[in-house]
Design a protein around this ligand. Sequence first.
Ligand code: NAD
Length: 297
Amino acid sequence: MTAQIIDGKFLAQKICSELKQKISAFNDNSPCLAVILVGDDEASRIYVRNKQKKAAEVGINCRVIELSSSIGENALLSTINELNNDPDVHGIIVQLPLPEHLDKQKIIFSISPDKDVDGFTPYNNGLLSYNHHDAFISATPKGVLAMLQSIGIDLRGKHAVVIGRSQIVGRPMGKLLLNHDCTVTITHSHTVNLPSITQTADIIVSACGQPQMIKSSWIKDGAIIIDVGINRLNGHLCGDIDFEDVKSKASYITPVPGGVGPMTVAMLLANTFEAFLRQKDHPQHHCCHGHDCHCSK
Ligand code: NAD
């Protein structure tokens, strides 16, 4: 068997051209995504530039707010508060990682759930746990789901093994697959005998950041393999899956690059458009700061 490739670049282009068409119907008004970039991490700059370019292609205005790596927590929180209250901004993301001195959770939690197009706030995570349709779902898991749906498989009852339990990929991925009736196993760096678990998987979604860790001996014949990992090995990009080895045994596989990466950006833009639509119909109704908050909402 040679696995069929799930072409994320192609699928993402299709999603983006549909988005572009929908956005062009609002000719007097366009969605706006605010991206906060703190410091000068080179990889973050590349990711932000890419998001900005793709946003422009679909007609989303991307406002990049560049802040010095020495910015204090209160100054950053007040920037987010201004964006939360700006009716011209529909989505807000904070590019990670943040410099060490900043409390990542405190920063992320301060984003209004209405504008949390990365789906990282506890509110949207909670909605995802409830399988509630209002949840903004993190872009990477949402992109992975779209890839699985693109091949037309019935997810019900499939054993899905997620490798990695981060807040941005592994955990929301597990919840999303559970919401689609998979039987889900979430594994991580303390999991004992991981290959014995992956060998029972119908679907593997790997997001552990370990270059080419998953070999053909770890999977069963015909498994569907989704590689979220983006790693560097000998100067080249690669995923968590040993692609050349695994592709002869899997039924479907995603490449790196050109797999989950482009889907993540497309889903971020789709979430921003969704936030724009909701805010047009119902101006902000959530305050994320608790009862003693004095923000203008
Ligand atoms: P993270 O470091 O926050 O989490 C990694 C997870 O993998 C942890 O839960 C850890 O327990 C687990 N893990 C580490 N080593 C393991 C091992 N040997 N066996 C089993 N589990 C192990 O990383 P993250 O932010 O979730 O990202 C994971 C990978 O996905 C990285 O390579 C990252 O670059 C990539 N990524 C890609 C996209 C995309 O759009 N394609 C988006 C986000 C992250």
